[in-house]
Design a protein around this ligand. Structure first.
Ligand code: HDD
Length: 713
């Protein structure tokens, strides 16, 4: 790569920090403001003596127009809101870095993929799609997973979702789709939900949506955590190497903590108990040093294989099954810092699919082509003008020089006499680098991939896009029995909310194209006559990688366990559980009928972290009850504690009890499980782990190991 830093005025000049990992952080440091020890001033820097009363005529008289401080303060407040994103309005961001595992130079000149160990700063924003900024996190919806890579050859945005396909094939349908899924236009209901007439009306009339609808009805649509979901670039993109050779590529993010979801009842309750459930989880994990990690995976397809699939690579409603083209893991994303300020960073960050860098290019996917228009356009209205790339969070770490000088909010002062090209008055600067014309001649300079395209102007969907159902069937066939059960229940819930019978019927007809049995099961729950005949026989193919429950090896780091305790709890049990599970990276919180210190038999302090009544089992992954006769009696008589246990069991969470703690399980109806009955017993049955005697340190260790294993399952 030519070293452009030789001439610092050249566009493409390299920034100074070589490692890259902290270069964005260093840039942001220059604009951070700490207020400690500062005097209150106006926007003009005038220190003021009073900010609590307006300037009035006499103590009870009218306020004076000359009160510039009050006017400025109120005016700023009046202008503090910007339009929320038209989709993906609710989001949570985090900083981190990407580290390459290997050189991908054979396929791409992209700077962040050239050498193993190279770190590139990133900012990631996760989001829900349909809800407003203030909507709940745990709704049934797609999740956004947008990443800004601040590379040395420019900023690359991978604007991804947690589903690998999309509802529509052509971006011209995006306004229709979004109008249908958003709250209905006459009464603005329902908020952040697809369970309503207009969504099902649209998708049942637009069959290309059915594959994505299957994902939306699956557990993938209610992730336990942003940290426990996959990400997908969806479209087929192109890697371009130094020779100008293209290779098709699909991008994947694979979470190191595995893929986990909530169950629907739990998700609905969490939306009320803690609307910030996913946001809080991300924030707290990073604050406590459990840095979320994903591996970047790529599926590579040589251009010569473009037509060797039974679907079109340009069709964004199709996946390439992982069994057909394996996912190669080429690097790691680590999120290790929360933003300093939500508005300045998470709200003002502006992603754009057309933010690509040398080594990456588009395909002709018609959805992607429309996105490449829409994102820049939306930032103009959202951020109020063409200089939003100069906002600190959006500023590239690569040097920026061009002739785009004016516009609202220009932050730079260009000193040259010229703002045009070519020019002679400023040596023709900024100018294209010498010798960079033509694909591949300088890999640090962007050249469009050269592709021959011939055709007549036409509005017509390609015939190769017209198989709407076989991958929806593939998805259904790949689910395990519990996953299938959840999908049927989700269809019944959603269609059960539709008020028009004809919409329910049309949806069932569509499902009948996917699988006849599925259509029958859905129909039977929503008052629709099950379809009599099978339209096409199920092809029987499956892709095991589509199931999210087959891999049970994921670590349980940062999972949350509620330890229920009352006055009289055995502190030896509490200490052993906190220590053993804590040692495995699990977060244990003590929940009690009251806040503050709990009385214990031996006087050792146990403090309640939270009062049971302020929390809910849906906010934890597992629950455990230690021994102590008085504690067990108090909990057994406490409705909140009993409900907590029964609900955790209902949601399939691991429930555990030691010694007298077992008596509380007896009161909470947890069904037909085998429970420890003798002093020697240590039993794990259907997610319930019990042990009668505990005080012995080793036996408690065994209990915790078994409890952790049950959580992993
Ligand atoms: Fe989009 C935001 C992902 C199709 C138009 N989109 C947005 C965000 C994500 C995605 C993650 C939030 C970015 C952020 O956190 O700021 N969108 C996708 C994916 C798609 C997709 C994976 C299909 C593969 N989007 C899509 C189409 C269009 C848009 C077809 C328009 C033709 N998307 C937008 C937008 C948004 C947006 C209107 C709203 C706010 C923003 O861009 O910055 O331009």
């Amino acid at each position: 790569m030519a070293d452009p830093s030789a001439d610092p005025t050249r566009s493409g000049a390299k920034p100074s920090p070589e490692n890259g990992a902290n270069s964005k952080d260093e840039q942001l440091e220059a604009v951070r403001v700490d207020v400690e020890g500062t005097d209150l001033t106006t926007q003009q820097g005038v220190r003021i003596d009073h900010t609590d009363d307006s300037l009035t005529v006499g103590e009870r008289g009218p306020t004076l127009l000359e009160d510039f401080h009050a006017r400025e303060k109120i005016t700023h407040f009046d202008h503090e809101r910007i339009p929320e994103r038209v989709v993906h309005a609710r989001g949570s961001g985090a900083h981190g870095y990407f580290e390459a595992y290997e050189s991908m130079a054979e396929y791409t000149v992209a700077d962040f993929l050239q050498e193993p160990g190279r770190r590139t700063p990133v900012f990631v924003r996760f989001s829900t799609v349909a809800g407003s900024r203030g909507s709940a996190d745990t709704v049934r919806d797609v999740r956004g997973f947008a990443t800004k890579f601040f590379t040395r050859t420019g900023t690359y945005d991978l604007v991804a979702n947690n589903f690998p396909v999309f509802f529509i094939q052509d971006g011209i349908k995006f306004p229709d789709f979004v109008h249908a899924v958003k709250p209905e236009p006459h009464n603005e209901m329902p908020q952040a939900a697809s369970a309503h007439d207009t969504f099902w009306d649209f998708v049942s009339l637009q069959p290309e949506a059915m594959h994505m609808v299957m994902w939306l009805m699956s557990d993938r649509a209610i992730p336990r955590s942003f940290r426990m979901m996959e990400g997908f670039g969806v479209h087929t993109f192109r890697f371009v190497n130094a020779e100008g050779r293209g290779t098709f590529v699909k991008f994947h993010w694979k979470p190191m903590l595995g893929i986990h979801s909530l169950v629907w009842d739990e998700a609905q309750k969490a939306a009320g108990k803690d609307p910030d459930f996913n946001r809080r989880d991300l924030w707290e994990a990073i604050e406590s040093g459990h840095f979320p990690e994903w591996e970047l995976g790529v599926q590579l397809v040589p251009e010569s294989d473009e037509f060797s699939f039974d679907f079109d690579l340009l069709d964004p409603t199709k996946i390439i099954p992982e069994e057909q083209v394996p996912v190669r893991r080429i690097g790691k994303l680590v999120l290790n810092r929360n933003p300093d300020n939500f508005f300045a960073e998470t709200e003002q960050v502006a992603f754009h699919t057309a933010n690509i860098v040398p080594g990456i290019d588009f395909s002709n996917d018609p959805l992607l082509q429309a996105r490449n228009f829409s994102y820049l356009d939306t930032q103009l209205i959202r951020l109020g003008g063409p200089n939003f790339a100069q906002l600190p969070i959006n500023r590239p770490i690569a040097p920026v020089h061009n002739n785009q000088r004016d516009g609202f909010g220009q932050m730079r002062i260009y000193r040259s006499q010229s703002s045009y090209s070519p020019n002679s008055v400023a040596g023709n600067y900024p100018r294209v680098p010498d010798g960079a014309e033509g694909a591949g001649s300088d890999p640090s300079v962007f050249s469009h991939y050269q592709e021959r395209v011939d055709g007549v102007k036409i509005r017509k969907r390609s015939e190769s896009f017209k198989d709407f159902y076989s991958q929806a069937t593939l998805f259904w066939n790949s689910m395990t029995a519990p996953e299938k059960k959840h999908i049927v229940a989700a269809f019944q819930f959603e269609l059960g909310k539709c008020t028009r019978p004809e919409i329910r019927e049309r949806a069932v007809e569509q499902i009948n194209h996917i699988d006849h049995d599925l259509a029958g099961m859905v129909a039977s729950g929503i008052g629709v006559t099950p379809p009599e005949r099978e339209i096409v026989p199920n092809h029987g193919r499956s892709s095991p990688a589509l199931s999210q429950v087959l891999d049970r090896t994921a670590p349980i780091d940062s999972r949350r366990v509620a330890l229920l305790a009352g006055d009289g709890v055995d502190p030896v049990h509490v200490d052993a559980i906190v220590e053993n599970l804590g040692g495995m990276g699990v977060v244990v919180e003590v929940l009690a009928p009251h806040d503050g210190a709990l009385a214990t038999q031996n006087g050792n302090a146990v403090r309640a972290d939270r009062r049971i009544a302020t929390m809910s089992s849906v906010l934890y992954d597992a629950v455990v009850v230690p021994g102590g006769a008085d504690s067990a009696r108090a909990l057994a008589g406490d409705g909140d504690a009993v409900h907590f246990l029964a609900e955790a069991f209902k949601h399939g969470k691991t429930v555990g009890a030691v010694a007298e703690g077992l008596d509380v399980l007896g009161v909470a109806p947890i069904g037909e499980v085998r429970m420890a009955t003798s002093a020697e017993d240590l039993i794990s049955d259907r997610g319930v782990v019990t042990q009668v005697r505990g005080p012995n340190k080793n036996r408690l260790e065994d209990f915790c190991r078994m409890f952790a294993e049950a959580m992993r399952q």
